[in-house]
Design a protein around this ligand. Structure first.
Ligand SMILES: *Cc1c(COP(=O)(O)O)cnc(C)c1O
Length: 368
């Protein structure tokens, strides 16, 4: 059984994509040179998905076309009012050459929730998954086969109608681009340092914190630069009551001495697929898992007393990253180093790369 069985859009006929090949596609040698050292988010494949939506016409004109600049009217609503949502999901090459992705139904549903919050149309989950398959059908050779490498897929949707009035756009574009990915953090899986944002918050009650939308990232950039100025890699945000929310683009998880795993729960946090999966794997090992408020005070006191034995961040791009230090304006707290984060990371990536049994039915083959 897949989750799609309960999707109201299940049974929709697939879109009929028009495929236009890129005549200037990179040669195999050029591609291999990029895949040997892909970095993160700097190289893109030869093609992209482009689907239109309009109030009268619904989803239409589905295309796979050469990767390249979009032509937008300067009055396109997204440029003024940020009506935009996106996703991030990876394609993994298995040892037999086949290409798989991880829980795409979850990302498809999250894109729908994000779209609803931003007053954008909800792309059927089956179209979402099909869009990934269509791109892989032409750009499958871009899925690297090196260790911990993947092809990062970036679906996104925005208001392209040209108007300056403030209302939901009547014309929207849905796209998927893809970028080969090596390790997200330079230097591999070493603990990251976290800057506590004391002046800025990421989201508020009733805001857009639970949606994957560019505006949340725009508002995290200034606090993120503050983190860099203080020699930290990432920033962590609190809610107005002093509860920990998440990092700029990753969820946070705390491991307690008695084995309990705690992650903040609030409707202003982006619900990560990685977090959900890691917590499932922790439960499978017999850990108690709690989604609840955890205050900065509980964090700092827990680390000081030894009650908290490990803190880590998780998300698709970086997978799982231990947190080594929490720094605020007037304190520096070293974080305890444990082994659970890296064990769960290994277990998850073993499933994703086909080295371990997919006992939860999370993998979806993209190239068949
Ligand atoms: C995408 C994202 C995450 C991680 O979600 P995954 O599904 O695990 O990739 C966490 N926080 C924010 C703000 C995000 O945008």
């Amino acid at each position: 059984m897949t989750l799609l069985d309960t999707d109201p859009d299940a049974g929709l006929a697939p879109l009929q994509f028009q495929v236009m090949r890129n005549l200037q596609a990179k040669s195999a040698a050029e591609r291999d040179a990029i895949l040997a050292n892909p970095g993160f988010g700097t190289h893109f494949t030869d093609h992209m998905v482009d689907v239109c939506w309009s109030v009268g016409g619904g989803w239409h004109r589905p295309q796979v076309k050469p990767y390249g600049p979009l032509s937008l009217d300067p009055a396109a609503a997204v440029l003024h009012y940020a009506q935009e949502v996106f996703e991030g999901i990876k394609a993994y090459r298995h040892a037999d050459g086949s290409i798989h992705t991880f829980r795409p139904d979850q990302n498809g549903r999250r894109l729908q929730r994000s779209a609803r919050r931003l007053a954008l149309p909800e792309l059927p989950v089956s179209y979402f998954i099909q869009s990934l398959e269509e791109l892989i059908a032409v750009d499958g050779a871009w899925v690297p086969s090196g260790e911990n490498q993947s092809l990062y897929l970036r679906p996104f949707m925005f208001a392209k109608e040209a108007f300056l009035g403030v209302r939901p756009a009547n014309k929207v574009g849905y796209y998927v681009i893809a970028s080969p990915a090596g390790a997200y953090f330079k230097g591999g899986v070493t603990p990251v340092s976290i800057w506590l944002s004391e002046d800025y918050s990421r989201a508020g009650k009733g805001g857009t914190g639970a949606a994957k939308t560019g505006g949340n990232y725009a508002s995290s950039l200034l606090p993120q630069s503050e983190a860099y100025e203080n020699e930290c890699d990432q920033v962590v945000f609190l809610d107005p009551d002093g509860n920990v929310e998440e990092l700029g683009g990753m969820n946070i998880v705390f491991v307690f001495k008695d084995g309990t795993v705690v992650t903040p729960q609030s409707d202003s946090i982006l619900e990560g697929v990685t977090r959900d999966s890691i917590l499932q794997l922790a439960m499978d090992r017999g850990h108690r898992v709690e989604g609840r408020n955890i205050s900065l005070r509980e964090w700092r006191e827990g680390v000081a007393s030894g009650d908290i034995v490990e803190v880590f961040a998780c998300g698709t791009a970086a997978v799982v990253t231990p947190i080594g230090v929490l720094k605020g304006r007037d304190f520096v707290d070293q974080q305890p180093v444990g082994s659970l984060a890296l064990e769960l990371r290994q277990e998850l990536t073993d499933i994703q790369y086909g080295h371990a049994e997919d006992r939860h039915g999370w993998m979806h083959r993209l190239d068949a």
